[in-house]
Design a protein around this ligand. Structure first.
Ligand code: C2G
Length: 132
């Protein structure tokens, strides 16, 4: 069984995220999503997610491509995660191109093209601009 892992905040879940998860799953047979905790988002990514970790986890677990959701609590856990979960393929969107090549001695590293035109930031901006 080829085991795949990917990481992210997945807040205000949108079709760009789903498209990434779908293609990540196509890289193997079992997809683990390491979901950024609220603390990690705030302390290390300067992001305040709209939905809590628990809600974001529940939404991801409802997606057919996702087999397991684990917490992402820090930047450093990837090497141990790949080991601990016996990962064959590490997948990220290509906005992270090259950033995780240090994992190549442990597993395949795949950067997938981002889905253009959609982002949580864009959703928030568009909603703010919309006339009520
Ligand atoms: N993504 C995408 N297309 C978009 C938006 C996002 O393919 N239009 C991908 C990103 O490239 C990423 C995943 O969806 O692979 C999750 O995106 P975010 O939740 O924004 O993740 P990020 O904040 O980049 O956190 O340790 C890694 C970090 O946790 C990644």
């Amino acid at each position: 069984m080829r085991r795949v892992i990917t990481y992210g905040t997945f807040d205000l879940l949108h079709y760009g995220h789903i498209n990434l998860l779908k293609r990540a799953k196509q890289q193997g047979d079992y997809l683990i999503v390491a979901l950024s905790t609220d603390e990690f988002n705030w302390n290390s990514k300067q992001k305040k997610s709209y939905f809590t970790y628990e809600v974001r986890k529940e939404m991801l677990e409802a997606i057919r491509y996702v087999d397991m959701v684990i917490p992402e609590e820090n930047w450093e856990q990837k090497k141990t995660d790949v080991e601990k979960y016996d990962i064959d393929v590490f997948v990220m969107g290509n906005d992270w191109e090259g950033k995780f090549d240090f994992l190549k001695d442990q597993c395949e590293v795949v950067y997938l093209p981002r889905t253009p035109e959609i982002s949580t930031t864009k959703i928030k901006e568009d909603l703010n601009d919309k006339p009520v």
